[in-house]
Design a protein around this ligand. Structure first.
Ligand code: SF4
Length: 629
């Protein structure tokens, strides 16, 4: 049996890693609940949040995050974590914190060797951790079952994970709803300004279409327990639906608690893939109880919005009265090509996707601020192993038609991530498209966004592989701006090159992109942007006071070129080390925005910001909203 032990004097740390990009959709709900439950069990602990600002496998400790984290963690033992996308980060922490016990929790995917802990907690941590900590502190004689202890091989081979013997099953425990809403944040400056917290409706997903029944999946070897729901997702493999009244009461209890104990957490994500059966009633109760001044972010399917349009409209009407905002957040559009949707086992149509987005813009016109479109992070996968040029053409056309890029960032970079607990993995396996390594780091979408490591894959069509590689390089050259026009330039270049597409390089496409008028949308009929006149520059200078064209603001940002067309002003913000940020001012009422002044919507052309870009946008928005009254 292991000799691992912890001092009872030291509190436990529950470590929560966040990606450097504020598009990390994962908040600390489960870990916050675990922290609260352990406190209720008398185990002192903190939730410790660290934002990993650079590639954790790269050189150096950019920003000193790791050093600060090590310093913080030195006061704790054991150290518990769930989500980590870099085993080397944990290895370095272990190296610098010798003698401390590291405990890994089961996350979305079970990846034992990606989480080099001493002990892996393979069941519900709210039930097991208290017993495990008691054993580690020498208070209990036997370790709990549903744990695995790491045994390193003498020959340097892979470790073995063994259950403790003897062990005892930890009994079920009931805890009240009391999440720890006050984490210790190692580098608060790197967190997005608007943090979310989740409230739970029903877990899992009621969309249970089995990929095995999809004719496209004939001959795949999907293991039992997997394969239901959308083919890239594990959520559809289970669903714990409760009666609407019960779910509504539970959601209300959570909203009440969070609003009372952490009123600064005003972005509440409702975890329920189909909340429409009770959403309107919850908003009615919020009105009755005066629970206001928060946004409720929704994760659901596009066609469920459409099917429940009347009830959703009622919820919006009440929300508008009481200063609550309802925000479509993670809505899986995924693609605008039917063959790709079918391969994703999405169970929906391109027409439904388009109808949903067009309806969303209409709702925005009708309900104004009650429908908050500033948090949209809609699901989209442009590149899968099977993507054909016709799929790309269909996607560009629909993105132009619907303005989808205003609801989802980085459309040109999004790629399928394959995991062995999803059906899409087995489709790729059947077709011989899994590979051992990504061709380049840029191809690894998991790494880019801070998700669990996924299985590398290759494209069926060499032409699309070349297209995707150029897309990544172009996006990087352009600071992730103006992706739709880049997409357009790429498609046009490939079209014109015909069978000679292999000869296309980044400079060919870049030249073509630059010949497109700045800001032009060749399909919209809108006039191209032209450099701002002196008169307009003077008006703009007054609008952004006290910020000045001649000085930096928000830690090193400057105003770059300003361009305009009727009803549209665009300014590029520049920084010595940050990628530039393009900000647009358009008349109110035209769609998603970062902030609104009396007359304008202020929005960023990119949907993803670094913390520094967000600070610049915030400073600019504050100036405009103050001056435009
Ligand atoms: S992607 Fe969304 S709709 Fe599809 S199975 Fe997952 S949670 Fe359900």
């Amino acid at each position: 049996m292991s000799k691992l032990r912890c001092s009872p004097e030291r509190p436990l740390a529950i470590l929560s890693f966040h990606s450097h990009t504020d598009r990390s959709f994962l908040d600390d709900r489960e870990l916050a609940l675990l922290s609260g439950a352990l406190r209720e069990d008398g185990i002192a602990n903190d939730l410790v949040v660290a934002v990993i600002t650079r590639d954790p496998d790269g050189d150096g400790d950019a920003g000193g995050v790791e050093a600060a984290l090590i310093d913080t963690l030195s006061a704790y033992d054991p150290i518990v974590y769930e989500r980590v996308w870099s085993p080397s980060l944990i290895a370095r922490l272990r190296d610098k914190l010798p003698g401390k016990v590291f405990i890994g929790l089961r996350g979305e995917h079970v990846l034992l060797d990606s989480a080099p802990a001493d002990i892996f907690c393979d069941g519900d941590p709210q039930r097991i951790l208290t017993a495990l900590v008691r054993w580690l502190r020498g208070v209990a004689d036997v370790a709990p079952a549903e744990t695995l202890f790491r045994h390193d091989a003498d020959d340097g081979g892979p470790p073995r994970w063994l259950a403790p013997a003897p062990c005892a099953v930890a009994p079920p425990r009931a805890h009240r709803y009391a999440p720890n809403l006050r984490p210790v944040i190692v580098n608060p400056e790197a967190l997005p300004s608007g943090r979310t917290f989740s409230v739970m409706g029903n877990s899992g997903c009621p969309f249970q279409l089995d990929a095995r029944e999809n004719p496209l999946y004939a001959g795949t070897a999907i293991p039992a327990g997997h394969g239901r729901g959308c083919a890239f997702c594990t959520t559809g493999n289970h669903y714990d639906g409760r009666p609407n009244a019960e779910t509504a009461a539970s959601v209300l209890e959570q909203i009440r608690y969070v609003r009372q104990h952490a009123p600064d957490l005003a972005l509440l994500v409702l975890k329920d893939q189909n909340p429409f059966g009770y959403l309107t009633e919850v908003i009615e109760c919020c009105e009755a109880e005066r629970l206001t001044e928060f946004s409720l972010l929704l994760e659901t399917r596009a066609e469920w919005f459409l099917r429940n349009a009347a009830r959703f409209g009622r919820a919006l009407a009440i929300a508008r009265r009481i200063d609550v905002r309802i925000a479509p957040f993670l809505v899986g559009i995924e693609n605008f090509s039917q063959p790709e949707l079918d391969r994703f086992n999405k169970g929906t149509t391109v027409a439904a996707n388009i109808e949903f987005i067009e309806t969303l813009w209409r709702w925005k016109e009708q309900y104004g601020d009650a429908l908050d479109l500033s948090h949209t992070a809609f699901g989209f996968i442009l590149f899968s192993p099977w993507t054909a040029m016709t799929d790309l053409e269909a996607n560009l056309h629909a993105i132009r038609r619907t303005g989808f890029d205003r609801l989802r960032g980085s459309v040109l970079l999004s790629r399928a991530r394959l995991y062995p607990d999803t059906a899409l993995y087995y489709l790729a396996e059947r077709d011989g498209l899994l590979s051992d390594a990504f061709e380049s780091e840029a191809d690894d979408a998991s790494r880019r966004y801070g998700y669990y490591p996924s299985r590398p894959w290759r494209f069926v069509h060499a032409e699309v592989a070349h297209f995707a590689a150029l897309a990544t390089a172009l996006a990087e050259r352009n600071g992730s701006r103006d992706m739709v026009n880049l997409f357009d330039a790429l498609l046009a270049a490939f079209r014109d090159a015909g069978t000679e597409w292999r000869a296309l390089d980044i400079d060919d496409v870049w030249r073509r992109y630059q010949t497109m008028a700045p800001g032009a949308d060749p399909h919209s009929g809108a006039a191209a942007l032209a450099p701002a006149s002196e008169k307009l520059r003077e008006r703009f200078a007054r609008l952004v006071q006290p910020l000045s064209f001649d000085a930096t603001f928000a830690d090193g940002w400057r105003f770059g070129p300003i361009s305009a067309r009727p009803g549209h002003v665009r300014v590029e913000l520049r920084h010595a080390v940050e990628p530039p940020l393009v900000v647009e001012l358009v008349p109110r009422g035209q769609g998603p925005h970062f902030q609104r002044s009396r007359h304008y919507e202020i929005r960023a052309a990119a949907r993803e910001f670094t913390a520094a870009q967000r600070a610049a946008l915030t400073a600019l928005s504050r100036a405009v909203t103050t001056n435009d009254r």
